[in-house]
Design a protein around this ligand. Structure first.
Ligand code: 13P
Ligand code: SF4
Length: 322
């Protein structure tokens, strides 16, 4: 079986109950399925663990008995799991599941930026390639970025990459002046403050939940700015019954599941009046591809050993601080 297209392109045999088969294969092969909140509902429902980027990494780091880890998320999440579990087989159902934010920071260009500022500590968002992580001192996720930055001395010179929006948000929160790489996520940058303000006029009691990858005007409108897990927690704990959600729409599945009496309104992107923002990369993972991945144990994520140790170190550093 080949994966020329980046996934196993094999038909699901007629009559196969795909949910039952995925469950059977997971058990038979001692495979654990990790899914991000941006995955479709059916993938989240069948996963062994659903979380934000931080929780996925933390969970992967604790896995002892599993032989196989299947990452239902984007490529850097699979790489993180592989770096943390080098002895396990780490699979991703479609290697085309990239990340526009990670792509906005090519390792060669980032290396030149780092070399131009030799007295700076390099802090990188987990949404980066292995090559960028190898140039990094500490990795952060949106769930712990503030905590990690707060742990550094106030006068420390810091390079923060690649997300300019998360970097700007932390600079504003902490009063730091981190040097920012000029990258962004194409999904989160599309949310519009005007459209959220208009929604708020129609739903004055609604709380506004915003991921820090969104632009600054959105964070200024927000009642809660945080990682997907932090937004979920806020929705569960806050007594409000309506929430406007400015992050990828996959999170609505878990919000609605955990808060059945509450209403979650997806914030529309700037170029549409009705749709919500989907990450096309995240949505490349389907039940069929997950089934084939478990069946054929492909595609596998492997990382060049020459770079793996250097890329693992800043992730370990993050996990120690989290
Ligand atoms: P989280 O840190 O909330 O998981 O976000 C990851 C991500 O890719 C956001 O676009
Ligand atoms: Fe990357 Fe944006 Fe998709 Fe998150 S939502 S995986 S940052 S492209």
């Amino acid at each position: 079986m080949t994966v020329e297209k980046g996934y196993v392109d094999a038909p699901v045999p007629d009559g196969v109950d795909i949910v039952a088969e995925i469950r059977r294969l997971k058990k038979e092969k001692q495979a654990v399925v990790l899914a991000h909140y941006y995955q479709s509902g059916d993938i989240q429902d069948i996963a062994d663990h659903v979380g934000d980027s931080l929780a996925m990494a933390q969970y992967a780091a604790t896995l002892r008995d599993a032989k196989i880890i299947v990452v239902c998320g984007v490529h850097f999440m699979g790489e993180t799991a592989k770096l943390l579990c080098p002895d396990k087989k780490v699979l991703i159902p479609d290697t085309n599941a990239g990340c526009s934010l990670a792509d906005s920071c090519p390792p060669e260009a980032f290396e030149a930026f780092v070399k131009a500022h030799p007295d700076h500590t390099v802090v990188s968002y987990v949404n980066t390639s292995v090559g960028v992580k190898a140039l990094t001192d500490i990795v952060v996720t949106s769930g712990n970025a503030r905590k990690v930055i707060d742990s550094l001395p106030a006068d420390e010179k810091i390079i923060f990459g690649p997300d300019r929006n998360l970097g700007n948000y932390i600079n504003a929160q902490t009063g730091r002046r981190m040097l920012l790489w000029d990258g962004a996520c194409h999904v989160h940058e599309l949310f519009s403050a005007e459209k959220i303000a208009a929604l708020k006029d129609r739903h004055p009691e609604a709380r506004v939940l915003v991921h820090p990858e969104c632009k600054r005007p959105l964070t200024l409108l927000a009642d809660c700015v945080g990682s997907t897990a932090a937004l979920l927690k806020y929705a569960q704990e806050n007594p409000a019954t309506e929430f406007i959600v400015a992050t990828e729409s996959g999170i609505l599945h878990e919000m609605r599941r955990l808060c059945p009496g509450k209403t979650f309104i997806p914030a529309p992107p700037s170029d549409s009046t009705c749709g919500c923002n989907d990450c096309a990369f995240m949505k490349l993972i389907t039940m069929e591809k997950l089934y084939n991945t478990l069946r054929y144990e492909l595609p596998e994520i492997n990382i060049d050993p020459a770079i793996a140790d250097r890329a693992r170190r800043p992730i370990d550093c993050m996990l120690e601080l989290s």
